[in-house]
Design a protein around this ligand. Structure first.
Ligand code: DAH
Length: 330
């Protein structure tokens, strides 16, 4: 009777062991059958209820059953361990045949792209690039350009002032004064940079970019100015666009003009840049002999130019860091 129990326990234990699919479950089965208080040790305790002549045989059967079960337990443990190792190997495996991850290649910001093209054109005509400070003196930004305090055109500039004397430059024209103060004619310079005005709508951002140009030499007149700027614009847009040379007013040029471009869709004229012959007053002031030398200057809004090139209607997109917009310029 008890031998049958032992045999049944062996069958049950082996079944439970081979059905354990992880180490924890397997360990629980081991404790249940082979633990101190497990089923087989209980049989040993019960041995005293059997007639004494049967005890040695039963005892031997229980011991053999324990060994048997333990053997199956070890086999299953080995199987589960190697499965676990295989799984971690698969998980951590490095597949050297996979294609590499492409890193995203960036591109220049459209404003930078426009600046590069402008540089290329004007350098080919012998202009050199100089830079001026963004924090400027009211002398260079206004006074030396014939815009004294209380001059009405100061109001148009919506200036960010730091104190009575210092400001964020409202245009790049101050660089002209610095160039004429530092160099003797002939002078051919261009300058690029950020300028600032308190203004914000689809056509204005408080920070934007301008390019300034200045050419001083003997025998320079308005025809040189017009020719160079028209050539630049035809080259920049890659075709003969409709342009208009319109009289205007700037305190630092005489005569002054603006160039407008025709917007194809609407037929409207859009103002593109300001220019003119440098005012004799300014040349005198920086010590240039007006008997011998004359020159022209111009200032171009770089955002405006870029918007026209790519048909962009809102200037603010340039400064939103919107990748979807920027990636189009790759
Ligand atoms: N500084 C002017 C502006 O910001 C643009 C300009 C006009 C620059 C005429 C010039 C110039 O050099 O001659 O509106």
């Amino acid at each position: 009777m008890s031998l049958d129990v032992v045999n049944n326990l062996v069958i049950l234990a082996k079944l439970a062991i081979t059905q354990s699919n992880n180490i924890d479950a397997l360990e629980k089965v081991r404790i249940k059958f082979l633990g101190k208080k497990g089923y087989l040790n209980q049989q040993i305790k019960n041995i005293y209820h059997t007639p004494s002549e049967l005890r040695p045989k039963l005892g031997a059967a229980i011991n053999k059953a324990k060994k048997d079960i333990y053997k199956t337990f070890i086999e299953q443990k080995n199987i589960l361990n190697s499965k676990r190792i295989k799984n971690t190997l698969i998980r951590d495996m490095l597949d050297v045949t996979l294609p590499g991850r492409l890193s995203d290649i960036g591109t220049h910001h459209p404003i930078t792209g426009t600046i590069k093209r402008m540089k290329l054109f004007f350098k080919s005509l012998g202009f050199s690039v100089i830079y001026g400070p963004e924090i400027e003196d009211d002398y260079f930004n206004f006074d030396a350009l014939n815009i004294p305090a209380y001059h009405p055109s100061r109001d148009e500039h919506d200036t960010f002032w730091f104190d009575e004397k210092r400001l964020l430059r409202t245009h790049t024209s101050g660089v002209q004064i610095r160039a004429m103060t530092d160099k003797n004619p002939p002078i051919r310079i261009i300058s690029f940079g950020r300028v600032y005005r308190k203004d914000y709508d689809h056509n204005h951002t408080p920070m934007f970019h301008q390019m300034e140009g200045l050419m001083i030499d003997s025998n320079i007149d308005l025809s040189h100015l017009k020719k160079i700027l028209y050539d630049f614009l035809y080259n920049f847009f890659g075709k003969k666009i409709d342009l208009r040379f319109r009289p205007s007013y700037f305190p630092f040029t005489e005569p002054s003009a603006e160039i407008d471009v025709m917007e194809q869709k609407t037929g409207n004229w859009l103002e593109l840049l300001g220019c003119g012959m440098v005012h004799p007053k300014i040349l005198h002031h920086v010590g240039i002999n007006t008997e011998k030398f004359s020159g022209f200057a111009f200032g171009i809004g770089i955002e405006r130019l870029t918007m026209l090139l790519y048909n962009i209607s809102d200037m603010r997109v340039f400064f939103k860091n919107d990748l979807q917009f920027l990636e189009q310029f790759k």
